[in-house]
Design a protein around this ligand. Structure first.
Ligand code: NIG
Ligand code: FE
Length: 403
């Protein structure tokens, strides 16, 4: 029988064939690190590793930081597989499909919504995601947005108020009235449960002026901005995100040179969501162009029942490599450090002294395998806050008391 690692003991992770730190130290071969109190306490060559209460071998495999998923819509009810099938048969995607999920979400009980979020969070963890954001946006009433965020905040501190997802049917003839609600009573009720404010600034959703008003009200209420920008067509979303110092402009599918220039000269991360282009049969954003211009990039799942029903960050990485022309190394950085930047976090997304001990042991010699073996589960172990939270059954690792 083996000891179970716990945050009360120090743990030495040894025999790491390749450690991808996502810091200026780069990759370290034959590496080791020590975990204490859920944080990384020491990191370096295995030959100079100190002793610890528990020793845990990575058996020569590769270790990378836990993935950071900075964009997910997990609070919803119902499903839209027929809509997906219709798109694959040639129909186009429009923001209007969101309405059917709104109806189902309003009709669902708190418990039902909670169960769905818990199941999707379990999937995220299994795919190596150790930090994740959850948005509201399928309630679109004061009550339903507030309860969506209250449920989300039981799972993550990275909660986002997206009352401005679309204008709901009951406000079809009065979009200005809906913006007033979002920036008034809805924001007042939601702000205590949210860290972020988001707006879908696109065709069929909110225009630039409405989006600016919504983000400004959110900022005034103490929330930090992020933007769904330039997904369905070229528009003002990216420029607005940069203007408001948003942590992230998400989607970035249709960009012109001025958008890329603005992103490159800002603190705003460009977050790409390959699941959305896949599931809507849309052109993929040109990540190569952004990276070459010096834009900081993140990859996220965009998990939602309409445009991207995936929780698999490894699959998103493989798609970003194949379809957006990122190198495997750039894609892994975007899914770890980039995601952390998109959430303005410096305690996750990298393996360095003082960071949270969130990491993945890959059943592979290098992170390239995440794209090289598309659709194959190469996640052997997932550690979060210094605790082993997922172990693939084929993983034959064992702990032993040191000393
Ligand atoms: O990020 N773009 C807006 N929101 C979601 C889609 C939501 C839906 O279709 O239900 C997205 O892709
Ligand atoms: Fe989204």
């Amino acid at each position: 029988m083996t000891d179970s690692p716990s945050t009360t003991s120090s743990i030495l992770i040894t025999d790491i064939g390749l450690l991808s730190t996502q810091t200026e130290r780069g990759d370290i071969e034959d590496a080791a690190f020590v975990i204490e109190g859920g944080r990384i306490a020491w990191i370096g060559a295995q030959s100079s590793a100190p002793s610890a209460d528990i020793r845990w071998s990575a058996s020569g495999r590769c270790v990378i930081p836990g993935f950071v998923d900075s964009h997910a819509h997990l609070v919803f009810a119902g499903e839209r597989s027929a809509e997906f099938a219709a798109r694959m048969a040639g129909q186009s995607y429009s923001a209007g499909g969101i309405a059917s999920t709104v109806s189902a979400t309003r009709a669902a009980s708190d418990e039902e919504l909670q169960r769905t979020v818990a199941a999707l969070v379990a999937e995220l963890l299994a795919s190596g995601v150790t930090t994740f954001e959850i948005k509201s946006g399928y309630g679109l009433t004061v009550h339903d947005e507030q309860r969506s965020l209250s449920i989300a905040s039981d799972f993550t501190p990275e909660t986002t108020f997206l009352g401005a997802h679309v204008v709901p049917a009951e406000f079809r003839d009065d979009p200005g009235g809906y913006v007033d609600l979002v920036t008034g009573d809805m924001l007042d009720s939601c702000r205590v449960h949210a860290r972020w404010v988001d707006v879908f600034c696109d065709r069929g959703a909110f225009d630039g002026d409405q989006a600016r008003a919504i983000l400004s009200a959110g900022i005034e209420a103490g929330l930090l901005p992020r933007v769904h920008a330039n997904q369905l067509q070229h528009g003002p979303g990216v420029q607005l995100a940069v203007e408001m110092d948003a942590a992230s402009a998400d989607h970035c599918t249709y960009l012109d040179d001025a958008d890329i220039d603005a992103l490159a000269n800002s603190q705003t991360v460009a977050t790409v969501l390959p699941g959305a282009e896949f599931s809507t049969r849309s052109p993929y954003p040109d990540a190569r162009r952004m990276l070459d211009a010096g834009v900081t990039m993140a990859i996220a799942t965009d998990c939602n029942p309409g445009s991207s029903f995936t929780t698999s960050m490894p699959w998103c990485i493989s798609m970003a490599v194949r379809e957006m022309h990122m190198t495997p190394a750039e894609a892994v950085t975007a899914a770890t450090l980039g995601g952390a930047r998109a959430l303005r976090r410096d305690d996750v997304g990298r393996i360095t002294q003082g960071a949270r001990a969130d990491f993945i042991v890959l059943d592979a010699p290098s992170p390239i395998y995440l794209a090289y073996r598309p659709g194959v589960n190469v996640i052997a172990e997932v550690w979060r806050n210094g605790e082993l939270v997922e172990a693939n059954s084929s993983s034959d690792k064992e702990a032993s008391a040191d000393g």
